[in-house]
Design a protein around this ligand. Structure first.
Ligand code: FEO
Length: 402
């Protein structure tokens, strides 16, 4: 049975939620689920913006048919060719064989890569930066947004109602729980962490490209943002845009300390706990610790974009960095983390190598400074290392106050 949501007089959400997905993109757990947003506009012509993941195709087609109410579907605008949004294009074309496909040349190439079905050339409307499409009352402009998140990505601006269909940008993990607008839910408490985790892990690597899109968006009079995942924004757009501004230039949101650690027998955790306690004594608020063997890296990557300081505490393992910490460090490197202050704590009972190896990795991160002396623990914390941890806490606090 259909389940659609009205956004404006003639704009409808025809997407669907998935709360049973085990791993988004085969990598990320999504405890709040995920929505696949598709939008349908009833104008002189009917216009669908993107489709959905195959997991929710049945709901999607019921929704589209309900809103069309017997009308034909005239246009499909493809903003993004990742299969969580393009999976139903072939089925859509089979169902509405005269549909015109509005996309750019890169998208057209990807259509051929993902699908085997043929669409006659005359059914393509190939667009480039600044091209427009009029469908009656509505006039759409197309803005290329390469690498936010894939090379073919574009966003579509409805100049009539001042709505930006923003593709992956301004999306969030988390299903849409009944309401459709971000201002109808306690977004900050319920969703902002998941929005950050979505941004940092999905698009975080592409900060400069997101910056380019933000600059283009500044030239548009935007009253509403319709992303491909999560809630629609119609109020306080600047709250979310400001977050994107910070995240895309790798500027920390808070001056505080994130401490990811791994600990085989508890001694490295002991270091991390002592340091966190000393920082707290010195007045640092909102310190955050993770056992990187317990928490998926996507959560730690997300907080790494939020915190100004990161202390890595780990053991030497197989003459290298403990496997789950190495995995986290590689993930942070892959997501282009930069502009941070870092401290390092290593442990080992013999031939300790982890600290220097971490320093090697971190020293390649842009605009990143290693602060304090590396602390080396041999098996367990002794009074000497406790004093070193106290000194490191003071040094961290000094740089927080700078
Ligand atoms: Fe939700 Fe890049 O796709």
């Amino acid at each position: 049975m259909y389940n659609t949501k009205q956004i404006t007089n003639d704009l409808h959400w025809v997407g669907a939620n998935d709360r049973r997905i085990s791993l988004f993109e085969g990598v990320y757990d999504v405890p709040l689920g995920v929505s696949y947003n598709s939008y349908l506009i009833l104008d002189d012509k009917t216009v669908l913006l993107d489709t959905v993941d195959k997991a929710v195709s049945h709901q999607f087609f019921e929704n589209v048919a309900h809103i069309l109410n017997g009308r034909n579907l005239d246009y499909l605008i493809i903003n993004h060719m990742e299969p969580d949004h393009c999976a139903e294009i072939e089925n859509l074309v089979n169902k509405y064989p005269n549909i015109k496909i509005v996309c750019n040349t890169k998208t057209q190439t990807m259509l051929g890569q993902f699908f085997d079905f043929e669409i006659p050339n005359e059914q393509f409307v190939i667009v480039k930066e600044g091209d427009t499409l009029e469908t009656g009352k509505h006039k759409f402009t197309f803005v290329m947004a390469p690498m936010v998140h894939w090379p073919e990505v574009m966003v579509t601006y409805d100049t009539t109602d001042k709505i930006l269909f923003s593709a992956d940008a301004f999306g969030s993990f988390g299903a849409i729980d009944g309401n459709i607008f971000a201002d109808e839910v306690d977004f900050d408490h319920r969703y902002m962490d998941e929005a950050r985790r979505y941004y940092t892990n999905i698009v975080g690597k592409y900060g400069p490209q997101v910056q380019m899109l933000l600059k283009k968006a500044q030239g548009l009079d935007i009253e509403m943002i319709c992303p491909l995942h999560g809630y629609v924004w119609r109020k306080d757009l600047n709250v979310f845009i400001d977050k994107y501004q910070k995240w895309s230039v790798y500027e920390p949101e808070i001056q505080s300390v994130l401490i990811p650690y791994t600990s085989v027998y508890g001694n490295t955790q002991n270091c991390a706990e002592i340091l966190a306690g000393e920082l707290a004594k010195l007045g640092v608020k909102d310190i955050k610790m993770y056992d990187a063997s317990v928490t998926h890296p996507s959560y730690i990557v997300s907080d790494a974009f939020k915190y100004s300081h990161i202390v890595f505490a780990t053991t030497t393992y197989n003459m290298g960095i403990f496997v789950n910490m190495e995995n986290l460090l590689n993930d942070l490197t892959a997501h282009n983390i930069q502009n941070r202050k870092i401290a390092v704590i290593e442990n080992g009972s013999w031939a300790i190598t982890a600290g220097n190896l971490i320093t090697e990795i971190v020293s390649k991160w842009k605009n990143t400074e290693i602060i304090g002396n590396k602390i080396t623990v041999k098996s367990s914390v002794k009074q000497t290392q406790r004093e070193e941890l106290e000194t490191l806490a003071k040094e961290i606090v000094r740089t927080i106050s700078e």
